[in-house]
Design a protein around this ligand. Structure first.
Ligand code: C5P
Length: 211
């Protein structure tokens, strides 16, 4: 099974469906984020699922009180999403409210420079939270393999580590997998490429040969 996830951050429905179909053979799942939902509507989730047959991860980085998290989660899973990404810093009760509706993935650290300001100092507590409530997975940054290694050592083995930041943000798929990631998330390096299928194939081969 592939370990590559496409971050499909385009606005237009037609672009999203075309790219998804072109690259689906090399993917484990497709991650949708606000740009695509705001551009094409929530129905794009079920359309992508029907066209590709792949799991859909809704990267809404939900961060609200338990009741609002639950309301958001209900609609997201009803729309066909298989996983919902949420922030852990809002606390256990908010995450548990999502888990009552479906599979959750918690952001433990982020891949951009600003992550050092607030998220990084709380990583240990977020790992503790993950080990306690057992989400499907957590998000860690491919831009910092040493942080992936640190997180892998501390987080339970059956919790998957998904890592964005490969390609456009400078991270390497092979280094990140060696550090302990389970899945690699790639956006621009695939969807902005002149030939998305070729680019996805190249990263897939790198993953297969290098990890
Ligand atoms: O285009 P690129 O490959 O940089 O896309 C990365 C994707 O992963 C984007 O959808 C971004 O919002 C998301 N993401 C991230 N870092 C995180 C969590 C999510 O880059 N910590």
């Amino acid at each position: 099974m592939s370990r590559l996830i496409l971050a499909l951050d385009v606005y237009e429905r037609e672009d999203a469906l075309r790219i998804a179909e072109e690259v689906r053979d090399y993917l484990w799942a497709i991650k949708v984020n606000w740009p695509l939902i705001l551009g094409s509507g929530i129905s794009i989730i079920s359309e992508l699922k029907e066209r590709t047959g792949l799991p859909i991860i809704a990267d809404f980085k939900v961060a609200d009180i338990p009741n609002t998290n639950r309301l958001i989660a209900k609609k997201t899973f009803e729309a066909g999403a298989d996983y919902l990404i949420a922030h852990g810093f809002v606390g256990r009760d908010s995450i548990k409210a999502i888990q009552e509706e479906g599979e959750v993935i918690i952001v433990v650290e982020m891949s951009h420079p600003g992550a050092k300001e607030f998220i990084q100092p709380t990583v240990d507590k977020l790992i503790e939270l993950a080990n306690e409530i057992k989400p499907f997975g957590i998000i860690a940054p491919a831009t910092r393999p040493e942080r992936v290694r640190y997180i892998r050592e501390k987080v339970d083995k059956d919790i998957k580590i998904l890592t964005p930041g490969v390609g456009a943000q400078g991270g390497s798929a092979v280094e990140t997998l060696k550090a302990g990631a389970d899945y690699i998330i790639v956006g621009r390096a695939i969807y902005k490429s002149k030939n998305p299928r070729e680019s996805a194939k190249k990263i897939w081969e790198e993953i297969e040969n290098g990890a």
